[in-house]
Write a protein that binds this ligand. Structure first.
Ligand SMILES: C[S@@+](CC[C@H](N)C(=O)[O-])C[C@H]1O[C@@H](n2cnc3c(N)ncnc32)[C@H](O)[C@@H]1O
Length: 385
């Protein structure tokens, strides 16, 4: 049973949560903010991993159980950052609260701003049949059930996360059905007015598009496996069944699906590389439209963020071991390996600029082919299923 003091503390945390969420970039729907604050998020994640140190993404965590430190637990649950509930796919039950753990998050409730924008983007309304892929704690599905006034369905591949979510959602009276399934291998029966994926995919799975009802909306993050260079796909099926959509380079995105992962970092080359002077200065990370186009048109390439020894350069690496390090002012580039990576990036930049520096690409669907189109001379096909 919840004590009066605990109820007061959680009400205060949720009031502050609503105020902070309303200030997050792109969040403008007050009904969604209110629904998110109404949901007792802290009861869906009684154990979580609080990040330690200043590195982001964090690699070191302290397991926090609500019973041991209710105040800090509320602060983490009602902060704006993602809340990590699982590391390296390991069950948390046998772990010891208060202890430090190292690991990579495999289960997390996404950042509050991303969750709000997700619901906003799909124009969730009363009566919509809502399906979430990658439900984790079930928080987003619970908010969706509240906003639609009907049962929401959440698909989760991890058995332990799904079991915990189903139990806790029932305890708070949320009308959510949790289905244990790999969402890349088929969906629960039925058609859906709204499909929202909480993990990133390489392309929009055809099976998801086929289950979108006339008038339906679908939202997912699309990634090539390059950290930071993700995009949001928003798809609409009209009443005649025709699909249209856009791929927008945005600040927030979900992490790749469990099997997907990031492009690995190749070994540092031993030689001193080939130097060039007066090259294109690396566009700012906020020029997301450019970086998304680069990720897709130069597949297998990613940025090596914080590469040791390259504090003042942008470093690109490719899966074949090619690498380019470019000074921030564009005065100098060094390249290694078979490809001339920065020259490829410069050529793409010229095409991107000629196309009007798009931050958003039209999505075209022709049979099983998905194409992103940014203007004359700048388009690409997403990988096939
Ligand atoms: C970012 S979390 C979802 C957060 C959720 N919206 C919330 O508020 O709690 C992503 C989830 O997707 C799940 N996932 C990853 N790949 C999956 C797949 N192929 N099928 C189903 N679930 C998957 C992960 O296990 C993880 O729990």
């Amino acid at each position: 049973m919840t004590s009066p003091a605990a109820s007061t503390a959680s009400a205060a945390a949720r009031t502050a949560f609503a105020a902070a969420l309303a200030q997050e970039p792109g969040v403008h729907d007050s009904a969604i903010v209110a629904a998110m604050a109404r949901m007792p998020r802290h009861q869906l994640m009684p154990r979580l991993f609080a990040p330690l140190g200043n590195d982001r993404p964090a690699r070191q965590w302290r397991l926090l159980d609500v019973a041991d430190d209710p105040e800090q637990h509320l602060a983490v649950c009602y902060g704006m950052d993602q809340v990590v509930v699982q590391l390296d796919g390991r069950p948390t039950g046998p772990l010891t609260p208060g202890t430090e753990y190292a690991g990579v998050p495999t289960g997390q409730s996404s950042g509050a701003g991303l969750l709000a924008v997700t619901v906003q983007d799909v124009h969730l309304g009363p009566g919509d049949r809502f399906l979430e892929l990658g439900a984790c704690t079930g928080y987003l599905s619970a908010v969706a059930a509240d906003l639609t006034g009907r049962q929401a369905t959440g698909v989760e591949v991890d058995r332990e996360l799904a079991r915990d979510a189903a139990m806790r959602l029932a305890a708070i009276g949320a009308d959510v059905r949790v289905v244990v399934r790999d969402g890349l291998r088929g969906l629960p029966d039925g058609e859906w007015d709204v499909i929202a994926a909480s993990f990133a995919v390489r392309r929009i799975p055809t099976a998801w598009l086929q289950r979108l009802a006339p008038g339906g909306r679908l939202r997912t993050t699309v990634t090539t496996g390059a950290p930071g260079w993700h995009a949001t796909a928003l798809v609409h099926r009209d009443e005649a069944g025709v699909l249209s959509g856009r791929l927008a380079a945005e600040l927030w995105g979900n992490v790749p699906d469990r099997a997907g992962g990031w492009i690995p970092l190749p070994n540092t080359p031993a030689d001193s590389g080939r130097s060039r002077s007066s090259v294109l200065a690396p566009p700012e990370p906020a020029e997301r439209g450019y970086w998304v186009a680069l990720a897709h048109t130069l597949p297998g390439v990613r940025r090596h963020w914080n590469a040791p020894g390259f504090d003042d350069e942008a470093v690109l690496v490719a899966s074949d071991g090619s690498r380019a390090a470019v000074t921030r002012d564009g005065s100098h580039a060094v390249e290694w390996g078979p490809r001339s990576l920065w020259r490829e990036a410069e050529e793409l930049h010229a095409r991107w600029a000629a196309a009007g520096r798009p931050a958003e690409y039209r999505l075209e669907f022709t049979g099983a082919v998905q194409r992103a189109v940014g203007g004359p001379g700048l388009s690409w096909q997403l990988p096939m299923d």
